[in-house]
Design a protein around this ligand. Structure first.
Ligand code: XMP
Ligand code: MG
Length: 184
């Protein structure tokens, strides 16, 4: 899928496929160095992180394992409340494991800070975060992102796993939507 497949739904392309690809390669090299000789479990947060997970994992030389969680944060509309429910838990026992949480985007940071304390309570050797995107509001909550793709402006974005009403996830880049998409 590409920009031409979604008519005039896009307002702006913030990050091209090439930019995402290049940055992921750099992050993967860093992860390969940091975890050399250590076990590593990638934990993807469904559904947004599917693209980052797939591309990051393929860039890595490290023989990782992958597992998935699905969480929902209660909140009104597009704002997260920090009250989180686990919809799908991990299949993996985390005790003694090095865990790297793979996320698409950190907005308020509330979801991730809840997730971190939840995962840390399971006795892992370490828990770190890799996120492709981060919005400025994330600074309000103390979430220590070890591997970050890009800081982006405080706008709603779609593509590369991110959706609006479950659509646009399979765009290979990150962009903003034209106003008519929201109002129709
Ligand atoms: P927090 O708790 O960090 O929530 O506020 C992060 C989650 O909110 C979703 N989110 C977005 N989804 N475009 C999207 O498609 C966005 O611009 C956006 N901002 C936040 C996303 O599910 C993320 O995991
Ligand atoms: Mg998410």
């Amino acid at each position: 899928m590409d920009a031409s497949d979604v008519g005039n739904d896009l307002e702006n392309i913030l990050l091209t496929q090439e930019q995402l690809e290049t940055r992921l390669g750099e992050i993967a090299a860093q992860i390969d160095r940091d975890y050399a000789g250590k076990d590593l479990l990638l934990v993807g947060v469904l559904k947004g992180a599917i693209m980052v997970m797939a591309d990051l994992a393929r860039h890595l030389h490290h023989p990782v394992e992958m597992d998935w969680m699905a969480v929902s944060s209660y909140g009104s509309g597009t704002k997260s409340s920090g009250v989180v429910r686990i919809l799908k838990d991990l299949d993996t026992d985390l005790s003694g494991r090095n865990v790297l949480v793979v996320e698409d985007i950190i907005d308020s940071g509330l979801t991730l800070s809840w997730l971190l304390s939840n995962l840390r309570s399971r006795g892992p050797a370490s828990v770190e975060i890799a996120s492709m995107l981060r919005k400025p509001d994330a600074a309000k909550v103390d979430v220590d992102v070890r591997y970050l793709g890009f800081d982006i402006p405080n706008e709603f974005v779609v593509g590369y796993g991110l959706d609006y009403a479950e659509k646009y996830r399979n765009l290979p880049f990150v962009g903003t939507l034209a106003p008519h998409v929201y109002s129709s």
